[in-house]
Design a protein around this ligand. Sequence first.
Ligand code: HEC
Ligand SMILES: [Cu+2]
Length: 400
Amino acid sequence: MTSRKWPRRLRPMAVRVALLTAAVLMFAACSDGSDKESNPLDPRGDVAERQIGLLEFWMIPAGVIGALILGATVYVALRFRERPGNENPRQVHGNTTLEIGWTVVPALIMAIMAVPTVSLIWDLDASSAELEAKYDKAPLEVTVYGKQWWWEYQYTNLGELDSSIDFDVNTANELHIPADRPVHFRLLSDNVIHSFWVPSLAGKKDVVPGRANEMWFIAEADDIGQWFYGQCVEYCGLSHADMRLKVKVHEESDFLDWAKGQNEVWSAERVARAEELGITTKWGCVSCHYMGGVDPDADAGIRDGSRANARPGPNLTHLPDRTTFAGAKLDLLNDDGSFDVDKLTEWIWHAGELKPMQCDKPLTESGERCKGMLNFEKSGMTEEEARDIAEFLLELEGAK
Ligand code: HEC
Ligand SMILES: [Cu+2]
């Protein structure tokens, strides 16, 4: 072999490198550069900061080790490459010293790395009592239910923040939290495995059927008024990519006002209008959605936390208090802050066209196991009727 052949042999590699570079640039360009806060490299609050601290700490030794291995590989490839007149280099079999070395040294490195890593895992795995001792105040307790494909939240100890509150609050997709108070989560699923992740505030944790995982995070006073974005990060079916979430950080008194607002139910007059619009009986929306005021038993079940998981769809009582819907995929608000009635109308009419739905079927074909939004257009609903329902659902504006 002569050295003249090298360029031709390198040509496929050059093509590969070029393609890879193009792909990397293309993916980098996909980042929309918006102000949506969901950056694990820009941590907020104790949990995220300590997690990123560990990552940064190990980046340096990992970088050095990586450079050494890469350097050694290149050195060996050049030093022992095929040369003219030396087509069959000296063959070596086994070297006990080297083999023991490259077993023991990495094992030692891993053992050393385990010390701060495992201790941080244990440290962050704090119970509610430990959090209370650490921060000198009770954590806010939230049970998170992973649904297909949205998030349900049940606030279970608001009374510890404000003794005048003796009820639970139940909401969907948009999590409201007070700043400067740890929030302790119980993560539950009655369907498939999901994973709860708000990159700015903490690492992800799986939401597994038949098991209550726990995690916590805390937001800082600096972030009051800030929205953080999150996403389900365990493939959970058809609309997994559209199972998003948002977290809003409040001053504690504003948070409590919000919570109290969520406890209000519809008036008898409003319930009567819901019936006229077909929400209760004709279209059976209440069989999948809790709407406060319609059914006293369901109201009691939300307030005392016993039936939080009873409906397959989100609580619609206070829909206008949200900024998004459908797993935080669709904006409920136009740019000027008014409600996007058209979007909600379209959703109610045929949700499956806006977000892939397990149950994009008419009412008549919905079986017992059908849990997604149905196709009400195919069920005979007119666009006018869908619009009336959308306007009705957006009427009651409470505390934001
Ligand atoms: C068979 C169960 C079922 C029925 C019946 C049903 N829905 Fe839904 N609905 C769902 C599910 C599940 C979701 C969540 C879908 C998602 O985000 O992936 C949903 C989402 C919604 C949302 C968005 C809420 C949010 O905050 O994300 C609205 C609004 C809504 N439904 C209105 C209605 C109306 C109005 C009716 C009656 C005309 C109705 N639904 C009937 C199951 C149902
Ligand atoms: Cu999911």
